[in-house]
Design a protein around this ligand. Structure first.
Ligand SMILES: [Zn+2]
Length: 383
């Protein structure tokens, strides 16, 4: 006898009760396999054919591609299975147990974004008994909150393919068609320490870093002068000097110094292009100051995202929700799904204001509208 998955709220409870924190700090990083297993079981019960895709070099992580129907075209509903770390002592209830109060469901991942996965499955239930002309694909990814290694593995594999994709990040159910990219970079300078009384006894890494900061500031100003996009509240590519470490004592020539900064490119700017430009600008300073200067990326970076096709999924989502497509300040897996050739938007229940915070919640009044919009999208793309 075939079984049927639990209702949406029961699914959400089980997903929240399965911790799946991803973090670049190894001691906080957890497997997402329990979440993948839950989704796998429910989707298989509904008749989806499921493929668990391992993530290279990460045996405790996987993506899930679950497909109902066959053939080209169709729709992907995509969510990430991981959450950020949390501070349980700052929560008013256990982050790993869904607590309902004030017309809200509290729990880590309720809005960012296990809630969407539960609602996507709930919406799919209405379609399992009818033949689909084009496939419905529910995609669950790993490590979105850390290195986006799940999305990168999908691009590498060239799957899934569909005509359109919705990533259900919390946007209060408003369509989003662009966001900035994100890069985190480091500059390391190895000089030579020596007695401070005679500068010729060493090579001062701080002196060189001073010039690095000057160069990067000049580059920042140039980027700001050249690139503007009024769809964004911060309408230029930003660069933030985040931390610097170097030296040990006032009476020693500074032997080494390291700077970390972030850079958020606007749509149309390339992560690799920016990295090359930075390398070219800073490269000559090494010889000039007699130090060894290296630049490196702290993570591969998230490309900026823009869906320029405003007649397809963007227009449909605007019509269904009554909201114009907008730009957001956070990065998503959208540029990766777009790279796979899909007409991609970001749109999901809950607000980003509640994500990555103690007492993260999903408001109950977001649930039915989300299911309704998803059903309409499935009808449009798959029936
Ligand atoms: Zn998210």
């Amino acid at each position: 006898m075939s079984r049927t998955p639990p209702d949406a709220l029961a699914m959400l409870r089980e997903l929240i009760a399965a911790p799946s924190i991803s973090s670049t700090t190894a001691e906080w990083d957890l497997s997402n396999l329990k979440v993948i297993e839950l989704l796998h079981t429910w989707l298989e019960e509904l008749g989806f054919s499921c493929e668990v895709m391992p993530i290279p070099h990460q045996p405790t992580k996987a993506n899930l591609i679950a497909t109902l129907g066959t053939g080209p075209g169709g729709l992907v509903l995509s969510g990430h299975t991981d959450t950020v770390p949390c501070d349980p002592e700052l929560w008013h209830s256990d982050p790993f147990r869904v607590a309902e109060r004030d017309q809200r469901l509290y729990g880590l991942g309720t809005c960012d974004m296990k809630g969407f996965l539960a609602l996507a499955i709930e919406a799919a239930k209405s379609f399992v008994d009818q033949p689909l002309k084009q496939p419905l694909i529910i995609l669950a990814t790993a490590d979105e909150e850390s290195a986006m290694s799940g999305a990168r593995a999908l691009v590498e594999a060239g799957r899934p393919k569909a005509r359109a994709a919705v990533i259900g990040e919390p946007t209060s159910l408003k369509p989003v068609r662009m966001h900035k990219g994100m890069m985190m970079e480091a500059v390391r300078i190895e000089g030579r320490s020596g007695h401070s009384s005679d500068p010729s006894l060493g090579a001062n890494a701080l002196d060189a870093m001073h010039q690095v900061l000057n160069e990067l500031s000049a580059f920042r100003n140039e980027l700001k002068a050249k690139h503007r996009n009024s769809d964004f509240r911060v309408d230029f590519p930003s660069m933030n000097f985040g931390c610097i470490h170097g030296g040990d004592n006032p009476n020693r020539i500074c032997g080494h110094c390291e700077l970390e900064f972030d850079l958020r490119p606007l749509p149309g700017m390339s992560v690799d292009g920016l990295r090359n430009a930075i390398g070219e600008r800073l490269g000559p300073l090494g010889a000039q100051f007699g130090v060894e200067l290296t630049t490196r990326a702290l993570f591969p970076g998230i490309p900026p995202f823009e869906n320029r096709d405003t007649d397809g999924l963007v227009a449909l989502a605007e019509k269904l929700t009554g909201h114009r497509a907008q730009a957001v300040a956070f990065g998503t897996e959208a540029p990766f799904l777009q790279q796979l050739g899909m007409d991609t938007i970001v749109m999901g229940p809950g607000s980003i204001d509640q994500a990555h915070q103690p007492d993260e919640y999903l408001a109950l009044d977001q649930i039915q509208p989300t299911i309704d919009v998803l059903k309409q999208l499935i009808t449009r793309y798959c029936l």
